[in-house]
Ligand binder design. Structure first.
Ligand code: GLY
Length: 572
């Protein structure tokens, strides 16, 4: 098998810290992926210590999944606002040898006690506090099961060895960066409510940890060690499960022992499509991401975007119009496929895209006035995180996981050091009432026991002639889909290298609210042209934090989005 040589690695972010090497070496390979025997691979993540751990695994002969598992556990320590054990996510695993891609769904699941109206308060109004920041906001976490499943099926190294660097970082602590200090300050109030959370993330005087302070997470280290020694059962049936259930009981949450014991990660078929001769493989429901990335690309394939130019008013207009139509479909048709028949084939068909294209006016924005307007999309910072790994054999992992909002519910299960998600808020608490990302939805995504809330996370792998061209993904809630689409358009239509494709200013439209959000880099001239077409243009904070690997001329190029300053692309 041909090895990928890394000659040029684009480092868009510069923080690099050494971490202890792995305790154990690789064991005999098993599963579909063989450990990389060559000398080239790459890791891109939103936090540099975790990226270093991933590249250490590759250098020691681990494959892309081994590295991804080590990073998944490490980010729970080093990027606690989004990296997690108490949340869930999606992992795309592409095996070079078979050419197959698996989509591992380890999304959180509503506990058995969940009911459709559980977030309605007085007068039938959505109780946002209960939906987002209470023990009832917590869905059954999937991360530990998902990482363990990935390792069992595709990895080659012992779980204990892959968790060891995360244990040490949690135990010894590490220096809080400017970026983490900012995030902690922003969410101080959420963390201060719960003594177990405050003990970890706030100083004894109640102030959030500052840049330069040391973050030590002793309970988290103990939990990680237990998982390394006992496997996922420690989390779902053993001592950690007991503590999570105790936390739920003390705070009025719904997760019971049976919910944890019954949790399963699921291997699904990826959703697939093509765009100008490139093959797209992305995450199927319960993510909406893959379907709508492909739907938007299908609509845009009918236009000569290359000729219109990157971020011209004409190309932004077309992207916004395509996105509006896709997000409108999202609100009606997307939900957990085990509970709702999602018309995936229709949504991703070229014919449907052609029909939608007919409704797009090249010169005028179509108003999004079919549904009562919701609250403006809240603009939290990155609250989800993505990482991408490519090993020397051509195996690729694109993983996006989350606690939902930054620091999730803000609740640490006492004695575990584990922050719990607030993924229940990704369900539709009430039709017509927008969620935390301003997204609307209907019965397809109503709360139900055992159901997985709809996601926008879009880990995506693009192949050309069967070989990796690009793997990417991003945090950003509802904006993940359009962020991933723009990386693909920049790379495929505008022939940008991955550094330019990442840095280029981004735009976003999600149908409702009827606002075209743009980053500051979109020129005033362009904004004026868009306004003249009828778009309501708003300049907003940066969108997304993509972590991408592109293969070009037989070489790997990585880009960690400079919008999130602690990230790192490392090749070897
Ligand atoms: N929690 C954000 C998402 O899954 O889309």
């Amino acid at each position: 098998m041909a090895f990928v040589r890394v000659r040029h690695v684009l480092h868009l972010s510069v923080l690099l810290l050494a971490v202890p090497a792995l305790a154990d070496g690789p064991v005999r390979p098993h599963g579909l992926l063989h450990p990389a025997a060559g000398k080239a691979g790459m890791v891109v993540a939103q936090e540099a210590q975790a990226a270093r751990i991933g590249v250490d695994v590759l250098q020691r002969g681990g494959n892309a999944v081994d590295a991804a598992v080590a990073m998944g556990f490490a980010l729970a320590v080093t990027l606690p606002r989004a990296g997690n054990l108490g949340g869930g996510g999606f992992m795309m695993v592409h095996a070079a040898e078979t050419g197959r891609t698996a989509a591992i769904d380890y999304r959180e699941t509503a506990p058995r006690g969940a009911t459709q109206d559980m977030f309605l308060g007085a007068g039938g109004k959505v109780d946002k506090e209960r939906e987002r920041y209470s023990h009832k906001a917590v869905a059954v976490p999937g991360t530990v099961a998902g990482l363990a499943l990935a390792l069992r099926q595709y990895g080659s190294m012992p779980l204990k060895a892959l968790i060891a660097p995360a244990v040490r970082l949690a135990e010894d602590g590490f220096v809080v960066s400017q970026d983490m200090a900012k995030a902690l300050a922003r969410h101080e109030e959420r963390l201060a409510r719960w003594p177990a959370s405050a003990k970890i993330f706030l100083r004894p005087d109640g102030q959030p940890l500052r840049a330069g302070d040391r973050l030590v997470q002793a309970d988290l280290a103990a939990s990680l060690r237990l998982i390394g020694e006992q496997g996922p059962d420690a989390f779902y049936r053993g001592a950690i499960a007991e503590r999570i259930v105790a936390e739920m009981k003390s705070g009025g949450g719904l997760i019971a022992a049976g919910d944890l014991a019954g949790y399963r990660a699921i291997v699904r078929q990826p959703v697939t499509g093509t765009y100008r001769g490139y093959e797209i493989r992305s995450m199927p429901p319960p993510s909406s991401g893959g379907i709508h990335v492909i739907q938007i690309l299908n609509i845009l394939e009918g236009y000569d975007l290359a000729a219109l130019g990157p971020n011209s008013a004409a190309s932004i207009h077309l992207l916004a119009e395509a996105a509006k139509r896709a997000y409108a479909d999202r609100s009606r048709h997307l939900g957990d496929p085990d509970f709702w028949k999602v018309p995936s084939a229709g949504l991703t068909s070229k014919n449907y895209a052609a029909a939608l294209r007919k409704s797009i006016d090249l010169a005028r924005a179509t108003p999004s006035d079919e549904i009562a307007p919701g609250e403006p999309a809240r603009f939290e910072g990155p609250n989800t995180t993505h990482f991408t790994v490519a090993d020397a054999e051509g195996n690729v992992v694109a993983n996006t996981y989350t606690l939902n909002l930054s620091y999730g519910s803000g609740i640490v299960a006492a004695g575990t050091g584990i922050l719990l998600n607030n993924e229940m808020a990704d369900f539709v608490a009430k039709p017509g009432v927008p969620n935390a990302f301003g997204l609307l939805g209907d019965d397809a995504n109503a709360v139900a026991a055992g159901k997985r809330p709809l996601s926008s996370m879009s880990p995506t792998i693009v192949l050309k002639d069967g070989k990796l061209f690009l793997a990417t993904g991003s945090p950003g809630g509802s904006r993940i889909i359009t962020t991933v689409v723009q990386i693909l358009l920049n790379a495929i239509d505008h022939r940008m290298n991955i550094a330019d494709a990442t840095a280029a200013p981004r735009v976003h439209h999600q149908w409702q609210p009827d606002t075209l959000r743009v980053e500051q880099g979109i020129s005033p001239d362009t904004r004026r042209l868009l306004e003249a077409m009828g778009h309501r243009v708003e300049i907003g904070p940066p969108m997304g934090a993509t972590q991408s690997i592109m293969q070009s001329g037989g070489r790997l190029f990585g880009a960690s989005d400079p919008r999130s300053p602690d990230g790192r692309a490392i090749g070897y």
